[in-house]
Design a protein around this ligand. Sequence first.
Ligand code: 13P
Ligand code: SF4
Length: 402
Amino acid sequence: MATRTRPATIPITEIEHAAFCKTEDELPAKSLAEELAVNVRWQNISPEYLHLAPEELDERIHDARRQLGSAVTVLGHHYQREEVIKYADFQGDSFLLSQEAANLPHAEYILFCGVHFMAETACILCAPHQKVILPNITAGCSMADMAPMEDVEDGWQDLQDILGDHGGIVPVTYMNSIAGIKALCGRNDGAVCTSSNATAVLEWGFQQGERILFLPDQHLGRNTALKLGIPLDKMVVWNPFKRLGGNTPEQLRDAKMVLWQGHCSVHTRFTVKQIQAARERFPDVNVLVHPECTMETVQAADMNGSTEFIRKTINEAPAGSKWAVGTEISLVNRLAINNPDKTVFCLDPVICPCSTMYRIHPAYVLWVLEGLLAGQVINQITVPEQIQRDAQVALDRMLALR
Ligand code: 13P
Ligand code: SF4
């Protein structure tokens, strides 16, 4: 059995970042060998899967799923490419998928088409007899990687020393973080949040203590705190490479929000200039962005919200309406296809997928499914018991808020 507690973190290189960027035209599905040819380092896979054509992969995936029946449930995040999301029994944002994972006692195997932190969360929330599988173990999240455990533990200790440990500061982590950080929040009276409930979790956090340490996305933290009326001069950024995060003890004592210096490389590409260009092109356009975008972009947009909010808002919008969307391209393309009576396009004319979400190719899906048929669990995600217990406390606090 191949069990994994942490992915081999394979950072996204410039080559990989640009390799799958597209123009407005759809990129045709390719074999895994063709995708690897652009010089990316994904998980090694049995060579027999490398050259299978998309049609062959599709046929064999359907066949494997038929044979495995209800023992396998496939969960898919909205950012998965079309060739993968079509196999999902449930699609959603990270909040919905974590709820779904907690409600699937019949499925022995949960095949998580998303990224590592999502599969870890499913593992924490599902029953002990269930096994969570991530088809490509290198599908991580560059934002989650910006908050490694040792740096967060050091920073947390410094903050405790200065601010005291009884309500002086409450740790809140975005779902996009490793399980160890969720556990740190659970152990220290904190909670997890997702982009769909960050406001409610911050409100809860301010009832528990004077300040919040928000990990690892400074932009979601800042945008949400602004929504709650916290002024910018009450927010500081914690740079893990500097002493006290680059702050003085006085600045930390004066702050309401300590924002970990992390970001999403996909969402920080969206700019105010792109919003202006969209409005010049279509004066009646609605600009809808994800709250991982910068403060300037979120404030210039008409609306912001989680991937599920974006999906629902556009699906329910009146025919003829126009939408410039600031989020990952697989979701934007899907919304455009599913809403032919509306104009839906990506804010950024150079459209790049989330490179780590893109690491899930159908060949990996087939590989792990056929592994199950052969009695082998490939890429099972596990979380050490104590971390699981502590992280569950932080996740339960979040789930209780909605
Ligand atoms: P959602 O919580 O909106 O699904 O977003 C997850 C994510 O990774 C966005 O970059
Ligand atoms: Fe991580 Fe950004 Fe990809 Fe979301 S879009 S999984 S935050 S890198």
